[in-house]
Design a protein around this ligand. Structure first.
Ligand code: PMV
Length: 320
């Protein structure tokens, strides 16, 4: 029997950092996916292969350990943690194919975790639904990372655009948001934990300045929600630009990120901002009709990815 599953990457459109202080956020699944295939092993070892990144390892699943055979470890801890929780430790072959660049700020670990768990549930004929899967994937991320926001695994499971309210209620937008984005990512990975801490320190040193900005970021996200519902791309673009300014106030933008943002705007993007934790990582530029121009303007030193939001969340099936 073969079990296959795939799950999308995500991008945060509005609300990174302010969401840590209880403000709302908007994130969406994009059309880049992680694909996981599980089948019985041809030997008596469990082997994990990720040919796109040239990685191969033998997994000792009961101990959450691995023996490196090829490449550099990256995503392996999420796979091991998922196997540890769900798998009965019989030998399997597990293959990951992915067009989500690791460390690009697109939530590659969440996409891989959601796809791995869904494939495992199928393989073992364990009942699951999106709610339980999103929850379990969040638990895996938390076990591996220490802290993890539930947003990545939620978006990766359900797909589409998601609004997380001030009281942590999740709303799924029922709109067809198909304007193209360009993601620009630096070769320097942002460290989410460190960036969250830096923002907290800045806020503690300057509460009367930073607290109102965080509140304003929440209000901006709520304006953005209305603009998304109206599919008002110009308004969304304007709010993205304002949001980038707020992220500057919080101190998470870098020269590389802001250079990409300004180059993207210059080349015709109607909005561009840092996405995710900052300090490295990625920007997103909303650029209907200007994708090629914007991609060209920001890919001198950095990497680009052309993406669109997608309503397609996790998908899985078995082949007998
Ligand atoms: O680093 P990313 O893309 O997972 O985004 C982090 C978003 C923060 O708001 C900075 C942190 C969080 O947990 O919400």
């Amino acid at each position: 029997m073969i079990a296959k599953a795939s799950a999308p990457a995500k991008t945060i459109l509005f609300g990174e950092h302010s969401v840590v202080y209880g403000e709302p956020a908007i994130a969406g699944a994009v059309n880049k996916r992680a694909y996981v295939t599980i089948k019985p092993s041809e030997s008596d070892a469990t082997i994990f292969r990720a040919p796109d990144i040239g990685f191969e390892a033998e997994l000792i699943t009961p101990q959450r350990k691995y023996i490196l055979l090829k490449g550099k470890p990256g995503i392996i801890r999420y796979i091991l943690e998922s196997l540890y929780r769900v798998h009965d430790h019989t030998p399997i072959d597990i293959t990951l194919n992915s067009n989500v660049p690791i460390g690009s700020g697109l939530g590659s670990s969440a996409a891989v975790t959601v796809a791995t768990l869904a494939a495992l549930y199928r393989y073992h004929n364990i009942r699951f639904n999106k709610q339980s899967l999103a929850h379990d994937a969040h638990m895996v991320e938390q076990a591996v990372q220490g802290v993890a926001s539930p947003l990545d695994t939620l978006v990766s499971t359900y797909g589409g655009l998601v609004y997380l309210s001030r009281n942590k209620k999740v709303e799924h937008f029922n709109v067809k948001f198909n304007a193209p984005f360009v993601v620009g990512y630096t070769t320097k990975h942002g460290n989410t934990g460190k960036m969250v801490k830096d923002v907290r320190n800045r806020r503690d040193r300057n509460p009367k300045i930073i607290n109102p900005v965080i509140t304003a970021m929440g209000n901006l996200t709520n304006y953005a929600k209305q603009a998304v519902l109206k599919e008002d791309y110009d308004k969304i673009g304007e709010l993205m630009n304002i949001n980038h300014g707020f992220l500057d106030v919080l101190g998470v933008n870098t020269l590389e990120l802001s250079r990409m943002v300004y180059n993207a705007r210059e080349a015709g993007a109607i909005g561009a901002k840092t996405t995710g934790a900052g300090g490295g990582g990625s920007i997103i530029a909303l650029c209907p009709g200007k994708v090629d121009e914007v991609a060209k303007a920001i890919d001198h030193d950095d990497n680009i990815l052309k993406v669109k939001f997608t309503r397609k969340g996790v998908s899985s099936r078995v082949f007998k």
